[in-house]
Design a binder for this molecule. Structure first.
Ligand code: FUB
Length: 452
């Protein structure tokens, strides 16, 4: 998605350069499912296609992004498609990935070939896939079986909740690919005191609970976050002393988003480096809306009594990075705090790289720690055209020019070469802007960069 032109058309200048929400600008992303693993945050998202078909959710695959600082997100591309479930015909909706016994289990709702709802489970040896259908058949099938959330309790028992308009749960077996048939499928009684008062009463729906549950434990309380209300959805929560309820309605966490919201919302929660973060989605990117959503994040603090405050959706998003970025290792070019104009692509050999680069496009990387000083910039690039250059600037897009790397034709857009240029010695922590300059559109592909 070429964002520059669209920004001008829609007048969304406040998005450019200063904000952190939506956290991904290269794709429409929705239904965030964050997971903290080995000091890194992974956010698994569903993916609204650029072209919406039949005025409905047009969703074919799931994507993954990671960060160690909550402001720079590395794009890992699509990690699974509904086509990887041979029994599915589409609708790659909201899922969640969880780690157990050295493997990553990803629970996903899709449509079966016969049109019914189903939840599948995929497995991988790596956080970023590739994931494969773990059992070759749906894990669960039934009307309204969407939006699974999985939590492993302190005693090792895993639970999965899901559903719209009902809310069900099962106990997953230790193998994570089957469930306890004796315990069966439990259905919540959706009463106001448990899941909030629904103002707009409609058939089959009693309390405010709508869909998209997110289950976690904090201190001695279990929390269920969920979209509520009817549409447009707000976010609300319930708590319990037990993972299986009874649940007590808490309150609204986020009102219906008025400024470029979507008619859905979808919560995810993590604690990372001592801070609490709410993940959600809006329709905030240019061209965005109900079927073209974008993942956002807000940092927040629980109230002293464990209740969740009302959280404002903002364009700033996460203001403080959780740590600085080390520029002296290879940094993937698709590690981005904010960008304009570029796109990402995935190749079996090279992985994800930045592509579709034109004059004036840029990538911003936040909180880069140059320490005692950097004097050289290196980048791995491939160009089939007359090339262009990468201007290395700090603090803003027009900030001090540290140096410029000239990129000539390398013999093909997959003929990768490492090029280097000297830069003005730079110390301390800065936001880095890699600003692309050149005559032709699409002038090179960009895999990684480093300073030394
Ligand atoms: O993304 C498709 C559906 O919209 C999800 O499954 C729901 O949670 C809602 O966000």
């Amino acid at each position: 998605m070429k964002i520059t032109i669209l920004l001008v058309i829609s007048g969304l200048f406040q998005l450019a350069g200063v904000s952190q929400n939506p956290i991904v600008q290269t794709n429409y992303t929705a239904d965030p499912a964050p997971m903290v693993h080995d000091g890194t945050v992974y956010v698994y998202t569903s993916h609204d296609e650029d072209s919406t078909l039949r005025n409905f959710f047009t969703m074919n695959d799931w994507r993954c992004y990671s960060s160690t600082d909550m402001v720079n997100w590395t794009d890992h591309g699509a990690v699974l498609s509904y086509k990887d479930f041979s029994w599915s015909r589409g609708d790659a909706w909201a899922g969640q990935c969880i780690f157990r016994n050295g493997k990553y289990y990803y629970y996903l709702p899709v449509k079966q070939k016969n049109g019914g709802n189903a939840i599948g489970v995929a497995v991988s040896d790596s956080t970023t896939g590739p994931f494969k259908d773990a059992i070759g058949v749906p894990l669960l099938t039934g009307y309204g079986y969407i939006d699974p959330t999985v939590y492993i309790n302190d005693d090792g028992q895993a639970y999965m909740y899901w559903g719209n308009p009902n809310l069900w749960h099962v106990k997953l077996n230790e193998d994570m690919i089957s469930y306890d048939q004796d315990y069966g499928i439990k259905k919540e009684d959706l009463k106001d005191e448990n899941f909030g008062y629904r103002e707009k009463k409609i058939q089959n729906r009693t309390a405010a609970y709508e869909e998209g549950p997110w289950l976690f434990k904090r201190k001695s309380n279990y929390y269920l976050l969920y979209p509520a209300g009817g549409v447009p959805e707000h976010l609300a929560y319930s708590t319990s002393a037990s993972v299986t309820g009874p649940w007590t309605y808490g309150d609204t966490i986020m009102h219906v988003i008025k400024d470029r919201g979507a008619f859905t919302n979808h919560p995810g929660y993590i604690e990372f480096k001592g801070k609490s973060y709410l993940f959600y989605h809006n329709g905030g990117l240019p061209g965005g809306g109900g079927f073209k959503r974008s993942v956002c994040i807000e940092a927040f603090e629980f109230n002293a009594d464990g209740s969740i405050p009302l959280i404002e959706p903002t364009w700033d998003g996460v203001k403080e990075s959780a740590s600085n970025l080390n520029p002296f290792t290879k940094v993937q070019a698709e590690t981005i705090a904010w960008e304009e104009g570029i796109e990402t692509a995935k190749d079996e050999k090279i992985g994800v790289y930045v592509t579709n680069i034109s004059n004036g496009d840029y990538i911003k990387v936040r909180s880069v720690d140059f320490g005692k000083g950097a004097k050289k910039f290196e980048a791995c690039v491939a160009s089939a055209s007359s090339g262009g250059s990468i201007e290395i600037r700090v603090d803003n897009k027009e900030g001090s020019l540290l140096g410029s790397l000239e990129v000539a034709n390398t013999g093909g857009d997959q003929m990768w070469k490492t090029l280097a240029c000297k830069i003005t010695k730079t110390k301390g922590v800065h936001d880095v802007y890699l600003v692309f300059k050149g005559g032709e559109a699409d002038f090179f592909n960009f895999d990684w960069w480093t300073f030394n």
